[in-house]
Design a protein around this ligand. Structure first.
Ligand code: PSU
Ligand code: MN
Length: 304
């Protein structure tokens, strides 16, 4: 397999230092340039400041990269026609020598190959509203049930049907852990109106649960739902009509499959005058910090 580790990640793997995987679809399909590249660099810096090593994952000209250089990040952030890679596309992209950005599902697969336990992102994909007609359910959910990586996200994106997303996660046996509150966070907002199945208040607890799943031989990971900091959130009531408008437009324009999430994020960015992007950046940084703390606890436990 064509696999390349950055020097930093190679050294961390050799010494058992904590590593945090980071995805690249958020860079190519989730945020506009240049904020996408700026955010990616800030997220990496946040992971380092918290004592772990960042491993941003992408496929560049057919090679699976675990850790990107500054130049590679910049190039990817400006590239056109980058594939959006989920479980279904990863191998095909690599075999064809193409370039692609990894979603939550594909990043989890790469993290497993690299033996990285923890991954930070913004929000996972889930069950879309109207899924009873469209059958649009993100492959991220099944990946969480199969691949043993703890994913730190600010919940599932509020554009989704959150009750149905929770039901599917329960069916698949994925632990959904709200951090520091009882309620499931809803990406741009701290509140969702839904009780989270599990609550944990420290990185050590989350690390212990991750290690216990491995000890039990359970496949699959954990969804660590970390609420956006209060100072950065957008109230649910403010966002609800914006999300409605974006969903109606997506339906009217026949947006389907992989294009749905990027279309909705872009429209919500425009309709909120950039506020949604500011919140998105804040929550990703917050998730990077927690992921680094969890990875540090896991590394410490493994060394003991
Ligand atoms: N988090 C963000 N922005 C994003 C994503 C996550 O803050 O753009 C991406 C992730 O890569 C996630 C994908 O896996 O959106 C979900 O896409 P879909 O709904 O097509 O599965
Ligand atoms: Mn989908």
């Amino acid at each position: 397999m064509d696999l390349t580790y950055s020097a930093e990640v190679r050294a961390a793997r050799a010494s058992g230092a904590p590593i945090v995987a980071l995805e690249s679809t958020i860079i190519t399909h989730g945020m506009p340039w240049p904020q996408n590249v700026e955010t990616a660099a800030l997220v990496e810096a946040e992971v380092r400041a918290a004592g772990a090593v960042p491993a941003t994952i992408a496929v560049l000209a057919g090679r699976l990269h675990i850790g990107l250089s500054v130049a590679e990040l910049e190039t990817l952030g400006q590239a056109k026609g980058v594939m959006k890679l989920s479980r279904a596309d990863l191998a095909a992209c690599m075999a064809a020598g193409r370039t692609g950005a990894t979603t939550v599902a594909a990043t989890m697969i790469a993290a497993r190959i690299a033996r990285i336990d923890v991954f930070a992102t913004g929000g996972i994909g889930g069950v879309h509203r109207g899924a009873e007609r469209s059958f649009d359910i993100s492959a991220d959910l099944r990946e969480l049930s199969e691949t043993p990586v703890s994913v730190v996200a600010a919940g599932a994106k509020a554009i989704l049907d959150l009750p149905k997303t929770l039901e599917v996660l329960e069916t698949l046996g994925v632990p959904v852990i709200a951090v520091g509150q009882d309620e499931l966070p809803a990406f741009w907002s701290r509140a969702s109106g839904l009780a989270a199945p599990l609550r944990m208040d420290s990185a050590a607890e989350i690390a212990a649960a991750h290690l216990m799943r491995a000890a039990l031989g359970l496949p699959g990971g954990q969804l660590v739902a970390n609420p956006i900091p209060a100072a950065d959130e957008i109230a649910r009531a403010t966002l609800a009509p914006v999300i409605e408008t974006a969903l109606v437009e997506a339906e009217a324009q026949g947006i389907a499959a992989k294009a749905v999430t990027p279309f909705l994020l872009q429209r919500i960015f425009e309709l909120t005058g950039g506020q949604s992007l500011k919140a998105n950046i804040a929550l990703v940084l917050n998730n990077a910090r927690l992921a680094a703390a969890i990875a540090t606890e896991i590394a410490r436990a493994r060394a003991a």
